[in-house]
Design a binder for this molecule. Structure first.
Ligand code: OGA
Ligand code: NI
Length: 360
């Protein structure tokens, strides 16, 4: 594991490149032509397809019909898209706004202040500018801050930003609310899969789930057509709750070999299925590839909250979803082992979950 102790090359902050006023981005950020965004950011916004919007208001309504309608919508979104925007999700809009804004302020602090939190690939905690440790890799146009929220044993607030002064408190409060939302969504997904309502939560380790927050910062880019803010990947964990920026789009979801730019609905969360739910559901739900485009006009902040299985539990297809006709598609693996791949190689589409396929 020595390769995960330090970065293979000196770390360059993308914010620094962006603010230097350079007109041409360094070669390290130029993607091969097949990976570049084809349309100018913003111009696809008039597209007529988008990921579904699901209103969670009636998820636990006493009225069975209303509840079932909500469950059906979640089910189709998970099956058809692996992604949806959730509204009426129960998390305070004010808390969402304040938490996003405190992170924007953090990223607007001088690079030297953030440098105190510089991370290493051993845990990724702190201020970072790349995923993966492959020497010579083409990099993404973003900086980020990564922190552990759960389990409590890994939550170390001294590794969270001390300024702005409300940052730690807001992250604690925000995390608690989002964890509750994740519990509700896992119940809904379990029911929709025909499993006991606690199945997924228990498979994730009950109370002992893992959760982390990656705050992504995508600085303005002078040549947005040549690069990506975040390369195509599926999320390795269980489920992701993304709080996107309120007025600048960037997230693209892959649908039938096309990239769909998500138009953020005000106060919505973007929910997506991760690789671990693909494995547990024996591919009834699939994690879907997504990526981020950047632009020359506005920087963008997003908060990705990853809700994950306890890191040392074996994750494998639910017995209830395995039959002679539909054998287990994946070999069991712990999330600890699983996430080493992205931590080493960086984002690689869906190559990883494919590599778990059992050979029968
Ligand atoms: C991620 C991610 C999307 C975004 O952090 O895994 O996909 O819009 N982020 O920042
Ligand atoms: Ni992602």
């Amino acid at each position: 594991m020595n390769c995960l102790q330090s970065w293979p090359e000196p770390v360059v902050r993308v914010q620094y490149l962006s603010e230097s006023g350079m007109r041409a981005i360094p070669d390290r950020y130029i993607k091969p032509p097949r990976d570049r965004p084809t349309l100018k950011p913003g111009s696809e916004i008039n597209q007529d397809v988008d990921i579904p919007v699901v209103d969670l208001q009636n998820l636990f309504n006493k009225d069975r019909a209303l509840q079932e309608e909500t469950l059906r919508r979640i089910s189709s979104a998970c099956i058809d898209w692996g992604f949806f925007q959730a509204v009426n999700h129960g998390v305070s809009h004010e808390l969402m706004r304040r938490t996003r804004e405190v992170w924007r302020e953090f990223f607007n602090l001088p690079v030297e202040v953030k440098q105190e939190y510089a991370n290493t690939p051993s845990t990724y905690e702190g201020y970072g500018s790349r995923l993966g440790v492959e020497k010579g890799a083409i990099l993404d146009w973003s900086d980020y801050f990564f922190l552990h929220y759960m389990p409590v044993s890994l939550r170390n607030q001294s590794k969270w930003p001390s300024q702005p002064s409300s940052c730690r408190e807001l992250v604690s409060e925000y995390g608690a609310e989002v964890v509750k939302l994740c519990g509700r969504l896992l119940k809904a997904m379990s029911k929709n899969l025909g499993l006991k309502e606690d199945y997924l939560q228990n498979a994730f380790g009950g109370e002992n789930i893992g959760a982390c927050l990656r705050v992504n910062f995508y600085p303005k880019c002078p040549q947005p057509d040549l690069t990506l803010g975040l390369s195509s990947h599926s999320d390795p964990g269980g489920m992701t709750i993304l709080l996107p920026d309120h007025d600048v789009a960037g997230l693209q979801v892959r649908k039938n070999d096309k990239w769909i730019t998500v138009k953020p609905v005000p106060n919505a969360f973007i929910v997506n299925v991760g690789d671990q739910i693909q494995v547990l559901s024996n591919a009834v739900y699939k994690s879907v590839e997504h990526r981020v485009i950047v632009n020359s006009e506005k920087d963008r902040v997003s908060l990705a909250f990853f809700y994950n299985p306890k890191s040392d539990l074996l994750i494998e297809p639910a017995k209830e979803l395995v039959s002679e006709d539909r054998p287990a598609l994946y070999n069991p693996m712990t999330f600890d082992e699983y996430r080493l791949y992205i931590r080493t190689k960086g984002p690689c589409g869906k190559a990883q979950v494919e590599s778990l396929k059992s050979n029968r």
